[in-house]
Design a protein around this ligand. Sequence first.
Ligand SMILES: [Zn+2]
Length: 217
Amino acid sequence: MIVEKIVPAYYDSNVYIINKKILIDAGMTPDYVLPRLEKIVPVSNIELIVLTHAHFDHFGAAPAIIQKSGAQLGIYETEADALKHAEFSSALNFGQACPDLTPDVFYHDGDKIPIGKGENGEEEYLEVIHTPGHTSGCMCLYEKNSKSLFSGDTIFSEGGIGRSDFGNSTPEKMTQSIQKLTTLDIQNLYPGHGSPTHKNAKHSVDLSLKFSERMNP
Ligand SMILES: [Zn+2]
């Protein structure tokens, strides 16, 4: 799996480009994201945008990318309605209206999103892990050959955790969700904000669990 990243502007989420054709989150600001994406891969190559959750800082640039690429949009099934909800999408917080964005693909816990062939010619997948907490339909994505976790805003590097005080947060489920992540063999942690972790990533996830146990007992 090849992972490339657009370093975000302001409050934009990280944008990860997988194997030159799939995006994990899209960032918020089209004028910032599109030219930087174009430097890595022709935008027309993008086939699929997978959103870790329906927050505006993660999907605001998606309509512009879809317009140029015809990419499909995928999101956890129970998160889809929040895309059009001014409060739940946090669009209001950013002083924006919700764009007219309709997902094409709806995910469930355990789904496998094909991303192409690995080094040995075998199919590789991003496995969907439902991690309610930050929002009720948040998901993380795990690629087992490279032991990589894309954690959205559920956990961040160095033991961080996402806020769980939004209208559609489920703080009572946050610790249980992070507990699930601690059972994975993780070498690379790619969070929705801030720097990825490539060293002691498992330790970082364990620290996030401890933090959540204190914050969301
Ligand atoms: Zn978020």
